[in-house]
Design a binder for this molecule. Structure first.
Ligand code: XMP
Length: 525
């Protein structure tokens, strides 16, 4: 993971702010979500942020994340040692604890046995950080090193059978450390520990609310935009819809939306977006009828990356052509989310985060001379969904499964033609309908149909058929980096299969994809 510099949002959101210093942990984002779940605003910053910069941001507390390095290694990520003297409470987690102890008078060693997984932790001091916990708790460990000794400046608070100092506090400074990970669900009482740190140590009251965030962002957008015009590309997805809804609340008639109907959208998707953004939110909506252009660009193309390249290219042409008709546009709005900002390592006050692939507008802002507006760049996906609901977007849109920018083209294996897309669109709609009807749409992360470039023999009535095969894909995942196939009930699979074969002309076989990612991917192309 890479890092953001301290935050763009410095001027707003909440007086109660926690900074999470990232030492390369796979869990830094999870820590941030857990803190925000307690209604305390937090941001992830680089591990080497200076003590002066920290002071400028006036955080109520600092969390030092875990990380894969060993503290004494050459080049291991360090923090500014002066941060411990700022009087701001510090909680070091795993590597963060080791670093705090190594800096303030402790010794870190390779553990006798690397410890991964559940452990029983015996608590010897129930004050402050570990207040309200039983004498023994389950914790999740993931470390090779551990703190082996601490000076008299520290008080050990807990241990496990292999880790003599599992939790610790400094006598003089408001510095705590825990070797285990309170942010993962495998530490069932982890949220109590974070709560104790946030409330008892940092004195946070938990005042951060999404509604406040929305009001402040709307106000900030209004100020920045003034009387100028903003263009927002709509894709049918959650992020761009919430971005548009928020901008609409901020600047109403100064917002122009562009929907490029590329002919590769799901069934009724374009119509839904058009109705939402012209009837409910009465935006100046420009719909580009791009189907013919996209299909022409895709004719004869089978190779997935070439499909993507051509679609990206056609999108930029359509979008640009429409955008240049909106002569007074000054800004381009994008639904960049916090994870994109973190992953791209974008500096907060500097250039914008890498443009999300699925917006397919790479290069557009500069080319057209737009300034970027990214009102969601401080939010996680689940927060964006809740914000969407607060802004009045319908459930159906807010909870829609993610959909790739190249759309059905990468689910139509082999050549992309209108008849094949129509078959896929119908089959896909049945998959989604049945999963929704079974109450499983919110439980699965992405469920869809794939049209295979394969015909097989079947029999319908007395006649032999030789028709297309559809693969059904449904996965569960937290982050889309890894995924497992959904254990859909047989009954649901049976209904999907029967309906597709009966209702979609040209399909006589349905298969269920039981591959996990890795080694497979979620999409087939
Ligand atoms: P894979 O197939 O790589 O997908 O396991 C992970 C997530 O990314 C989405 N995806 C894309 N999104 N443009 C996008 O905007 C693309 O070209 C693309 N390819 C895959 C996929 O739907 C899943 O959510």
């Amino acid at each position: 993971m890479s890092f953001t510099d301290p935050p763009l949002s410095a001027a707003r959101t909440s007086d109660e702010r926690i900074l999470i210093l990232d030492f390369g942990s796979q869990y830094a984002q999870l820590i941030a979500r857990r803190v925000r779940e307690q209604h305390v605003y937090c941001e992830i910053v680089r591990h080497d942020i200076s003590a002066d910069r920290i002071r400028e941001h006036r955080p109520r507390g600092l969390i030092l994340s875990g990380g894969p390095a060993s503290v004494y290694d050459v080049g291991a990520p360090q923090c500014d040692p002066r941060l411990f003297e700022l009087g701001i409470p510090v909680l070091g987690i795993c590597y963060g604890m080791q670093l705090a102890c190594a800096t303030l008078g402790g010794h870190v060693e390779n553990a006798p046995a690397r410890e991964y997984g559940r452990a029983r932790c015996k608590i010897t001091s129930h004050e402050e950080l570990l207040a309200g916990l039983p004498d023994e708790i389950d914790v999740w460990m993931s470390h090779g090193d551990q703190v082996s000794r601490v000076s008299d400046d520290f008080v050990p608070l807990a241990h496990t059978s292999t880790c003599p100092i599992t939790a610790v506090r400094h006598r003089r400074l408001p510095v705590f450390g825990i070797q285990f990970h309170p942010e993962v669900t495998h530490t069932p009482l982890g949220s109590t520990i974070l709560h104790n740190f946030l409330t008892l140590t940092c004195g946070c009251a938990g005042t951060w609310r999404l509604g406040d965030f929305a009001r402040e962002t709307i106000q900030a957008v209004r100020q920045r935009v003034g009387s100028r015009r903003v263009i927002c590309g709509l894709s049918g997805g959650v992020d761009s819809s919430v971005t548009a809804a928020l901008l609409y609340q901020a600047i109403g008639p100064q917002l122009s939306c562009i929907l490029v109907d590329n002919g590769l959208l799901r069934k009724n998707e374009a119509a839904g977006v058009i109705s939402e953004f012209s009837n409910h939110f009465r935006t100046d909506l420009h719909v580009v009828a791009g189907e013919a252009k996209f299909l022409a660009a895709l004719a004869g193309i089978r190779e997935p990356q070439e499909k993507r390249r051509r679609i990206g290219h056609a999108f930029i042409e359509c979008f640009k052509e429409e955008a240049t008709k909106i002569s007074d546009a000054h800004f381009l709005a994008q639904g960049t989310l916090y994870p994109d900002v973190i992953e791209s390592g974008a500096a907060a006050n500097g250039p914008a985060a890498t443009i999300k692939l699925h917006h397919n507008v790479g290069g557009l802002p500069e080319e057209l001379g737009f300034e970027l507006i990214e009102p969601l760049r401080d939010l996680f996906k689940d927060e964006v969904r809740r914000l969407g609901l607060e802004l009045g977007l319908p459930d159906d849109l807010v909870w829609r499964h993610p959909f790739p920018g190249p759309g059905l083209a990468v689910r139509c294996l082999g050549e992309v033609t209108k008849p094949r897309l129509d078959i896929l669109r119908e089959a896909d709609a049945i998959v989604v309908e049945e999963i929704k009807a079974a109450g499983l749409y919110r439980e699965t992360s992405q469920s869809f149909a794939v049209l295979l470039p394969v015909q097989s023999v079947g029999v319908m009535g007395d006649a032999r058929t030789y028709e297309d095969a559809i693969a059904v894909r449904s996965v569960n995942t937290d982050d889309f980096m890894t995924a497992d196939w959904s254990r859909l009930p047989y009954d649901v699979l049976a209904r999907i299969s029967t309906r597709i074969i009966n209702e979609v002309k040209g399909v006589n076989r349905v298969c269920y994809d039981i591959s996990s990612k890795p080694p497979a991917t979620i999409e087939w192309e």
